[in-house]
Design a protein around this ligand. Structure first.
Ligand code: ZN
Length: 277
């Protein structure tokens, strides 16, 4: 055993003893010129490493991470896209153009043809979209024949006038409350000339839910759809339309659509009928 151990020690020591002299010999054999060249090469490498660190600072990757974090938070706050709409709901000249809190009209949109409706009204300056004028007249005439006075209190309202209305209301009750009953400019159906407000009396006290219980309000609920009009903001549909109950506000959508909607449900909204938001 002791002999084996001595042999092992010799084996391990021998290579180290052999290498040391070789290294010493190489360095000693080098000429000063060669040593100078090696030193110059080492300096050049150190210089290039220095340049690399200058152009790639240690905090470089940290900045990149910050940028990614910012873009992620922006994505997280993005609002969902409104439903893509078919052309009959986008074209401002279509009787079924959708105007709600998600879909506005251009500020400069004016109906191609505005006319005086020649129906009972609270003002003789009210104008309406010509596309709805004949049916409005027919409905008003039929109501009169049945002893019902339908006073038109509003038809077409320009972008600028709507802007004044909204700001006046917001100044009184605050923007959040105003937003429940009155549309911001561009978001009002009245800018299409296809939306109408009614009252049962010439003084035009139309904008209360009590209108629904008047003979005029009841007559509209029963018959407006026959002429192509729908109650646009029905009771209980606030979450769908974004507006509180407005039994005085009707929208012309054409006789075919109004009939189809009425057959599904008397209080169906445009958003529900077209499955849009
Ligand atoms: Zn209205």
């Amino acid at each position: 055993m002791s002999e084996n151990k001595e042999i092992n020690e010799n084996v391990t020591e021998t290579p180290a003893e052999n290498k040391e002299p070789v290294k010493k010999n190489r360095l000693e054999n080098m000429s000063p010129v060669k040593v100078g060249r090696i030193l110059l090469l080492v300096l050049c490498v150190l210089f290039l490493i220095g340049i690399w660190f200058h152009n790639n600072p240690v905090n470089g990757p940290v900045n990149t991470k910050d940028d990614e974090t910012d873009s992620e938070s922006v994505d997280g706050e993005a609002t969902p896209e409104p439903t893509p709409l078919p052309n009959e709901l986008i074209d401002p000249n279509s009787v079924t153009v959708l105007v709600n809190k998600n879909h506005a009209l251009p500020a400069d949109y004016i109906p191609a043809s505005l006319v005086t409706p020649y129906v009972l009204s609270t003002s003789d300056v009210i104008q309406v979209n010509a596309l709805a004028a004949d049916q409005l007249k027919a409905m008003s005439t039929k109501a009169s024949e049945e002893g019902i006075n339908l006073y038109l209190t509003a038809g077409y309202i320009s972008y600028e006038t709507q802007d004044d209305y909204f700001n006046d209301r917001a100044g009184m009750v605050g923007e959040a409350e105003a937003n429940k009953v009155i549309a911001k400019a561009g978001f009002s159906e009245h800018q299409t000339g296809l939306a109408f407000d009614f009252s049962d009396e010439p003084s035009g006290t139309a904008t209360t839910v009590a209108f629904a219980d008047t003979p005029a309000g009841q007559w509209l609920i029963a018959h407006a759809w026959e002429y192509g009009f729908i109650m646009r903001y029905p009771d209980g549909k606030e979450a769908v339309t974004g507006y509180s109950y407005q039994p005085w506000h009707y929208r012309y959508v054409g006789a075919d659509v109004a009939k189809a909607m009425h057959e599904i449900a008397p209080d169906l909204t445009m958003e529900e009928y077209y499955s849009v938001n």
